[in-house]
Structures are given as C-alpha cells and as structure tokens.
Design a binder for this molecule. Structure first.
Ligand code: FE2
Ligand code: FE2
Length: 219
C-alpha cells in the first residue's frame, strides 16, 4: 500500500473512487459502510483499488464482475482490528490449527477477515462463502484456487496504489491470464520474502509450484 500521507490528497482520491464506482458502491452500500467503519482512509483507498482491479480482472477473464468488486472491497476488513481480536477470529477460522499462520501476526488478518465476514453474513447475505473464501486466501494463496480467490489474490498486489520494482512485470503477466498473474504474484512474493529473510509459509511454495506446472502443461 503506497498512499500519500496528505489528507487532502487522500480525500480527493476517495472522492474519485466513489464517483467512478458509484454504481457498485450503491449496489454494495451496506458492505461498503462495514468496510469504511473499520479502515482508515489509506487502507480504504487500497481496498477500493483492489475492488476496481478485481472487477476488471473478472471482466477480462470471465468472472462474476460485481462479486469480484465486493470481494476486493472486503478483503482487508479485519486488518486494522486489534491483534487480540484478530487472533480470536483466527482461532475460529479454517487456519486455526496452522502453526505457520499462528506464529506470524502479519498472516492473521486474512483468516480473521473470513470469519468476520461469515459473522456479518447473517445480516448481509451478499458476504457469502465465496467472498469469505477469497478473503481467507488473499495473502497466502494456495494451489487450485477458485476463480474469485485468484482474482482477489492478484488484484491485491497489482491495484493502482501499489508500487514496487517487480510490479510492471507482474502486471504484464496478469494481463495474459489469471494463472500467469497468480504465478507471477506468488513468485514475486516469495522472492520479496526470501530477499528480506522473512518467513515463507509452505502454501506459498505449494501454490507457486501448482501454478507454474499448470502453465507449463498448457504450453
Ligand atoms: Fe491483506
Ligand atoms: Fe490488501
């Protein structure tokens, strides 16, 4: 996330998103309010960037466009919750027994978000299992993701607010196909973490191997 610290500029960017995506934000007004109430403006701008990018990817590669927008909008919903609240949600998630996740706080917000969305789905049925699952896997990725999971995984990394050295190459790959985009994002993430000497979850390697093989089989 690389959003300018200037509050006036942030407000201008937010107004731009709200104008450009007025139709989606009207359709998903309740979900947008839930996200907006939980995120500061820089991360809200990132979420809108991911939503917009996810909708474009769905359009390009045959996904459910409004659902992609919604899932992108909601993917970081738990990221600014206090750590102890995130952990309590993780403990109710599908990754509750995953030692690699439990030991690395940076990985909590995705499973935490999936459970928070499941809780909110009681009153907001549009936050269904597909949206919850896209949130669950948006950070780690894994082999054989659903199309919506792939879309949000890629959109999170290539949205317009991002800026890092490998990004142009990853964006070019993502313009080819979803599998190319996922493989490029996974490779980029692994490379970034390896260079920084940071923890890499086994699913990151498994996911990359799966998508690399899928691409070589299709060539
Ligand atoms: Fe995230
Ligand atoms: Fe994100």
């Amino acid at each position: 996330m690389n959003v300018c610290e200037d509050k006036t500029e942030q407000a201008a960017l937010l107004a731009q998103f709200e104008q450009a995506d007025a139709a989606y934000l009207k359709q998903f007004a309740a979900a947008y309010a839930l996200v907006k109430a939980r995120l500061q403006t820089p991360r809200l701008l990132h979420s809108l960037g991911v939503a917009q990018t996810a909708a474009r990817l769905a359009e390009a590669f045959g996904g459910d466009v409004p659902k992609a927008y919604l899932a992108g909008l909601c993917h970081d919903i738990a990221k600014e919750l206090p750590r102890e609240e995130q952990l309590a949600l993780v403990m109710r998630s599908k990754l509750a027994a995953d030692e690699g996740v439990l030991a690395h706080k940076v990985l909590w917000h995705a499973p935490a978000g999936s459970v928070l969305l499941a809780d909110l789905a009681a009153a907001h049925p549009e936050l269904d299992e597909a949206v919850q699952s896209a949130c669950l896997w948006h950070t780690l990725g894994k082999p054989a993701m659903t199309r919506l999971e792939e879309i949000v995984f890629v959109a999170d990394l290539i949205e317009p607010g991002r800026d890092f050295p490998d990004l142009p190459a990853i964006r070019r790959a993502a313009a080819q196909s979803l599998a190319e985009g996922v493989a490029a994002c996974m490779y980029g993430a692994i490379h970034f973490l390896e260079v920084g000497g940071k923890y890499i979850h086994p699913l990151a390697y498994e996911g990359y191997d799966y998508y690399k093989n899928k691409l070589s089989e299709s060539k």
